[in-house]
Ligand binder design. Structure first.
Ligand code: CA
Length: 337
């Protein structure tokens, strides 16, 4: 077996990483507490994350709330509370409920279509009493803690399914932008990254709404059928186009290294990190979970070593912010002392 010389990151990248990689608390400290709760936000904050990630959808009365899906049934008890609100496709949509209705729901660990828990080792599904927060409520917690601790922790909001919202007559991007502005996030110095899978939405916010907020273009495999041709966007010419409106890309980790084969064939896009840096884009990678490791990583630390020390990406989304903060302390302390 050869080394990593041919397919690993090119030496030029070593010069690119001038600052510490950022730790993005994916849906809060979601490895420990139900995703997208204020409890998870505060835990992630205390664990030393640099950014907290809220996924955002709108309520019927146009309030941005923190929820991963446009549906409510995977993380709440909506079936029991509002059985009559189910749509003909079997889903309960957040946009069909007002904020006051949504506030009566209780949030639990994520389950699938059949009600099975996704991560059985995490917070027990029937326990605790959690509710869906609004974006404002989360910002006020984070900004309040920034004042009381003297730290500067940022937000990393994701606009969820903006085209779905548009079809229902709502403008998710503009609505979120207005709330962010109200809390002082309004220019390129904001301690925030706005992320979205839909390029046309980020372009509109950048060019038509004239927003200068830091933005991240999320990318995924075309097989997910989200809409855009991500494979074309990953080409050097596609990355140059992204750099016209965004500051970085958010990549699925299996787009860099796949789990289906052994080294070196698991390196699926050997040039992507380098190409993105060449285009002036940061690379943030999702999602690092100690209870969902790719086959090529024998431990969570090994996985972090591959992406942070070898690929040298600028940030990782993780359900376990404490573990990434610890890794960063031990592996980057000397270099950045
Ligand atoms: Ca997200």
């Amino acid at each position: 077996m050869g080394g990593r010389l041919q397919l690993g990151p090119v030496p030029l990248l070593e010069k690119m990483q001038k600052t510490l990689p950022i730790v993005i608390a994916h849906r809060g400290a979601s490895g420990y507490l139900p995703e997208h709760t204020l409890e998870g936000t505060i835990m992630a904050y205390a664990m030393g994350a640099d950014f907290i990630e809220p996924d955002l959808v709108l309520t019927r009365d146009n309030i941005p709330i923190i929820l991963h899906d446009i549906y409510l049934e995977y993380t709440t008890n909506v079936q029991e509370v509002f059985p009559q609100k189910v749509q003909s496709d079997g889903h309960w949509y957040a946009i069909d409920l007002t904020l006051s209705e949504i506030k009566t729901l209780s949030v639990h660990e994520r389950t699938d279509e059949k009600g099975q828990v996704i991560y059985p080792q995490r917070f027990p599904v029937q326990k605790g009493s959690f509710t869906i927060p609004t974006l404002s409520e989360q910002i006020e917690r984070v900004q309040g803690l920034n004042t009381s601790t003297g730290r500067e922790i940022g937000l990393y909001p994701e606009l969820k399914e903006p085209l779905f919202h548009e079809k229902r007559g709502y403008d998710l991007g503009k609505t979120v932008l207005a709330v962010l502005k109200q809390y002082g996030y309004h220019n390129k110095k904001a301690n925030l990254f706005l992320q979205c899978f839909e390029p046309s939405v980020l372009q509109k916010l950048r060019f038509e709404e004239k927003s200068s907020l830091p933005m991240i273009q999320l990318l995924g495999p075309n097989e997910w059928n989200i809409g855009p041709d991500y494979e074309a966007m990953l080409m050097p010419s596609g990355l140059k186009t992204i750099a016209q409106y965004a500051d970085g890309i958010g990549l699925w980790l299996y787009q860099i290294q796949d789990e289906r084969d052994h080294y070196p064939s698991y390196v699926v896009n050997p040039h992507i990190v380098h190409d993105a840096h060449q285009a002036g884009l940061q690379v943030h990678v999702y999602t690092f979970r100690k209870d969902e490791l790719p086959k090529y990583a024998h431990s969570f630390k090994a996985l972090l070593r591959i992406f942070l020390s070898e690929w040298k990406v600028e940030g990782v989304f993780t359900d376990f912010p404490d573990l990434v903060v610890d890794f960063r302390k031990t592996h980057f302390a000397r270099e950045h002392a």
